[in-house]
Design a protein around this ligand. Structure first.
Ligand SMILES: Nc1ncnc2c1ncn2[C@@H]1O[C@H](COP(=O)(O)OP(=O)(O)O)[C@@H](O)[C@H]1O
Ligand SMILES: [Mg+2]
Length: 449
């Protein structure tokens, strides 16, 4: 029982899973020719404990893990390898037919796997209607939340490839057709959009606000995934165009390698937020990675500063270690990293969730304690010239309120909402939040002089 891991369709690793050990012995791990392309710091995968965390990050983090376990169980039984397995590698082996993030594919192989990814099956797209999407969103949400009387196996009975994605919301992978209709990918086809159900009590307007924040970030020059708010048969959803997928010259879709920060760091996947102990990777660690691996380290670290500053201004307390991604250079270029376009960026302004930064800065997660002096210290430890950081902050304070207004106007005729008023109120609260943050920051600046 071997699990081969391909990246950009070339063999990166083969794992011998004859024994179901959570941490594999080094003898069970064999590198392939594309090993160096698997992750940001491939040498980490030589440490079996880090490899295990890297593998775990491919699996869903919400209740959707239950059907993945169930599917793996069926596969183990089919291959008569027992049913007591629960390591991430074994679950991935049993779900080698699912679609994963980035340019990674899993295959069940022998100890002599092909160096090039063996075909899975003809690439086909099956059209899916609005009602079916609505029903699938309901199911995904019930499974994600582990709702009573849910049969997670129902997910396995649906046609098309499952998309293994992290995050707490129920979500699906879909492809948008040229005529605007939707389809699900079969065989070797890839889904190009993530559709997530976003309809929570106490958070009305969240989908519309996320779409507008994403647009506003794009308008201020921070790359952000194309994002919209849609209603599918009465269910409010966010649609996000996958930045780890790209059209192939001559037709079809290629995967582009991308990984979440937590995965790039091979850190514990559930440690997304600072919980006061600051044990996960910190902003200076992300800067170091970019400095060591980016083609243009100065541009990338400056971009990260703007990303963090924008989250702080918007009241986005959810810029955690799985809501930040690193995009790898395409298959046939020299390996390099850059920040992935942002996704899942929103604002908690005016809600009970506005609780500060997800990953702290210089020892604090409290937004009000992120003073000009702290920004300077942060800039210093990240190796970014202070004038770059200060100019980034001034620029964003200047641009963000108008960008939010423009984004709201642009989205008006495109996005669909269950409650337009709720979206309008949340955008207003977000604009006021940016302005209030600027007032506090200026007062602190004046006080320090
Ligand atoms: N546009 C995108 N391109 C590539 N990957 C994405 C995109 N949007 C989301 N993802 C991936 O899917 C995961 C879950 O999506 P996210 O929107 O963060 O859901 P949730 O709101 O449940 O956290 C992300 O952490 C990221 O790995
Ligand atoms: Mg998320």
């Amino acid at each position: 029982m071997f699990l081969s891991i391909y990246v950009y369709r070339r063999l990166g690793l083969t794992l011998d899973l004859s024994q179901d050990l959570p941490v594999l012995p080094p003898a069970a791990i064999r590198e392939g020719p594309a090993f160096e392309r698997l992750t940001a710091e491939p040498e980490r995968l030589r440490d079996p404990a880090q490899l295990r965390r890297w593998l775990t990050a491919f699996l869903p983090e919400n209740g959707a893990i239950v059907p993945y376990r169930e599917h793996a169980l069926r596969e183990w039984k089919r291959h008569r390898v027992g049913s007591e397995r629960d390591s991430a590698a074994s679950i991935l082996w049993g779900n080698a037919d699912a679609e994963y993030t980035g340019a990674i594919d899993f295959r069940q192989t022998t100890d002599a796997p092909d160096e090039a990814l063996p075909p899975r099956g003809p690439a086909e797209l099956e059209t899916i209607g609005e009602r079916e999407i609505g029903a699938r969103l309901d199911l995904a949400t019930r499974i994600a939340d582990g709702a009573p009387r849910t049969r997670p196996e129902e997910l396995l009975e649906l046609p098309g490839r499952l998309s293994a994605l992290s995050g707490m919301r129920g979500k699906l992978g879909l492809t948008q057709r040229d005529d605007g209709g939707w389809a699900v990918a079969h065989g070797d086809a890839l889904n190009t959009w993530i559709v997530k159900h976003e309809q929570r009590e106490g958070l009305a307007g969240e989908a519309g606000l996320e779409a507008i924040c994403q647009r506003a970030l794009g308008l201020v020059g921070i790359p952000a995934a194309t994002t919209g708010a849609r209603v599918f048969d009465g269910r409010q959803a966010v649609i996000s165009e996958r930045t780890d997928r790209a059209p192939r010259a001559g037709g079809g879709i290629d995967a582009r390698h991308q990984e979440e920060w937590i995965q790039a760091a091979c850190h514990r996947p559930d440690n997304k937020y600072d919980d006061g102990r600051c044990e996960g990777p910190q902003w200076p660690d992300a800067c170091r990675l970019l400095r060591e691996r980016a083609n243009d380290p100065d541009a990338e670290t400056a971009r990260l500063t703007r990303v963090v500053a924008a989250a702080w201004m918007l009241g986005n307390g959810d810029l955690h270690r799985r809501n930040l991604g690193f995009l790898h250079s395409p298959a046939h270029s020299i390996p390099a990293l850059m920040l992935a376009p942002l996704y899942d960026a929103s604002s908690a302004a005016g809600t009970q969730y506005n609780k500060g930064l997800a990953v702290g800065m210089e020892g604090t997660t409290q937004a009000d304690r992120v003073t000009p002096i702290r920004w300077l210290r942060h800039s210093n430890v990240c190796g970014i010239p202070p004038d770059i950081t200060m100019a980034a902050i001034d620029g964003l304070f200047h641009l963000l309120p108008d960008a939010l207004t423009t984004a709201r106007a642009e989205a008006r005729d495109v996005d669909q909402h269950l409650s337009r008023t709720a979206v309008e109120d949340r955008v207003e609260a977000t604009i006021r939040h940016v302005q209030a943050r600027e007032r506090t920051y200026r007062q602190q600046q004046a006080g320090a002089e």
